[in-house]
Design a protein around this ligand. Structure first.
Ligand code: ZN
Length: 166
């Protein structure tokens, strides 16, 4: 499970839309919680891959610097995100091959014609022969909103809730 406060969920989707038709990428900083991860900050990274429309790569030096800054704030890197321009938000074989961080979330935002289509998250419980992604619930939390609005308190699997105005 990954819990993303709404502002950080929006930071991911806005980055994905802005980077279209290229893939965006970034890191999710936060804490490990029971059965998952809670995000408290989202950091955009540069996509340094040669073919950024279909692949992404984060500069290792940028990642090391990011990890150090996170530690200084008592945070950890609890996940990564990237986008799939005009492709579904399923983890590709390349995504799996290039995922090496255990107990992390891998959030994938599908962007169709520049608009967010779907956001999913996968976790990597093991490497080696058992290496596989398992889709996990993505909870968007709206804890900062007024109590009367609390009934729209979460969205599972990245669906953006539509307020019932009736
Ligand atoms: Zn991918």
């Amino acid at each position: 499970m990954i819990v993303l406060p709404e502002a950080h969920f929006r930071a991911v989707t806005e980055h994905a839309s802005a980077a279209y038709p290229e893939e965006c990428c970034g890191a999710l900083l936060g804490h490990r919680i029971d059965k998952g991860r809670k995000v408290v900050d989202v950091v955009r990274c540069r996509n340094v891959h040669d073919t950024p429309t279909t692949r992404y790569a984060i500069d290792p030096a940028e990642l090391i610097a990011l990890q150090r800054k996170a530690r200084e704030r008592d945070l950890e890197i609890v996940g990564f995100y990237h986008s799939h321009p005009d492709r579904p938000s399923y983890a590709s074989r390349t995504d799996l091959e290039e995922a090496h961080w255990l107990d992390c979330s891998y959030v994938i935002a599908s962007v169709e014609n520049g608009s967010i289509a779907q956001v999913r998250s996968f976790e990597l419980p093991a490497v080696g022969d058992d290496k596989q992604f398992i889709e996990e619930p993505l909870i968007v939390s709206y804890t900062e909103v007024k109590p009367a609005e609390k009934r729209f308190s979460s969205a599972q699997f990245g669906r953006i809730p539509t307020p019932d105005l009736s």
